[in-house]
Design a protein around this ligand. Structure first.
Ligand code: C2E
Ligand code: CA
Ligand code: CA
Ligand code: CA
Length: 279
């Protein structure tokens, strides 16, 4: 394990690039990971920029494989997508996340949002909407407590199909946000067709704030454009005071990053809730 920053550990395999044979072996292992209980979830706080209150948690999946150790999601999520396993894994994440949301509301956090990453492959599947509704209903939570983080790649497959399904989910009451904004090719004007209420600026842009004057200006204009069409803005991967200060100055709404907390296990998340609630 490599120490990433104060209190934040990241596990990594020596080489991030793996060959076809290793991919095949990893996928074979991934096939049994659900039934063998090798997955777990961690939760990263999202903080309101103006009053520093806890707004929500992003759910992040972890895989501890007996053969490979802790495999980073950047490595196994693409394999899960290619093999189709993402549908069953993604549904497990959704169900668990809704149960987590229920436990949050039992601890006084009924207004705390739980944001779940959704692969475009999942949305393409026919019973995706039913699966989301079932997960919400089984947990007995308000649909508004659940937020789905989608990426613009949903539009690559079938734009009409994706927009229709997302509109359906929005009608049901779940929140939608556009993840990894800035890493693709679409403009916000085009993405406005998606029924999302929040846009997340990708960490790669946040990293530019102190190093790239043009990059910093892009962030400021994205925030302005998003506000002009009534979207909220989340900044992801905020690590330094300088970044935070810039984002506050440009009226960014929500901050997520190591500056406040890395992804944490449930007990720590509950403590975070207790420490960041109003009295
Ligand atoms: P993402 O959706 O962009 O998630 C944010 C990533 O940035 C997470 O990495 C998080 O741990 C990391 N991060 C947050 N704040 C900071 C910071 O201040 N500094 C640094 N250096 N990193 C920060 P993680 O957990 O490794 O996840 C990587 C990606 O894997 C995610 O990127 C997401 O695309 C995917 N992923 C994770 N969990 C799931 C899941 O349940 N389903 C799907 N479909 N994808 C997932
Ligand atoms: Ca995300
Ligand atoms: Ca990202
Ligand atoms: Ca993502």
């Amino acid at each position: 394990a490599k120490k990433e920053s104060k209190d934040c550990w990241r596990f990594y395999t020596e080489k991030m690039q793996i060959d076809a044979y290793e991919k095949m072996r990893l996928t074979g292992s991934l096939r049994h990971a659900l039934e063998r209980n090798e997955f777990s979830l961690v939760y990263q706080p999202q903080i309101s920029a103006t009053d520093r209150k806890l707004i929500g948690f992003e759910v992040l999946l972890r895989w501890n494989s007996p053969e490979y150790g802790n495999v980073p999601p950047m490595q196994f999520i693409p394999l899960a997508e290619q093999s189709g396993l993402i549908n069953s894994i993604g549904m497990w994440v959704l169900r668990e996340s809704c149960q987590f949301a229920r436990r949050l509301s039992e601890q006084g956090g009924s207004d705390i949002r739980v944001a779940v990453n959704i692969s475009s492959k999942q949305i393409a599947v026919d019973d995706f909407i039913v699966g989301v509704c079932n997960a919400v209903n089984a947990a007995g939570i308000d649909p508004q407590q659940l937020e789905l983080e989608i990426t613009e790649s949903v539009l690559i497959q079938s734009m009409e199909d994706a927009i229709g399904k997302l509109a359906h989910l929005k009608e049901f009451g779940v929140k939608l946000s556009l993840d990894d904004f800035g890493t693709g090719f679409s403009s916000l004007t085009y993405l406005r067709q998606l029924p999302v209420e929040t846009v997340k600026i990708d960490k790669s842009f946040i990293d530019m704030i102190t190093s790239d004057v043009q990059g910093a200006k892009i962030i400021a204009s994205v925030i302005n454009m998003a506000h002009a069409i009534n979207m909220k803005v989340v900044a992801e991967g905020v690590e330094t005071e300088a970044q935070l200060e810039y984002l506050l100055d440009k009226d960014c709404d929500i901050i997520q990053g190591y500056i406040f907390s890395c992804p944490i296990v449930e007990a720590a998340a509950m403590k975070f809730l207790a420490d960041h609630s109003e009295v």
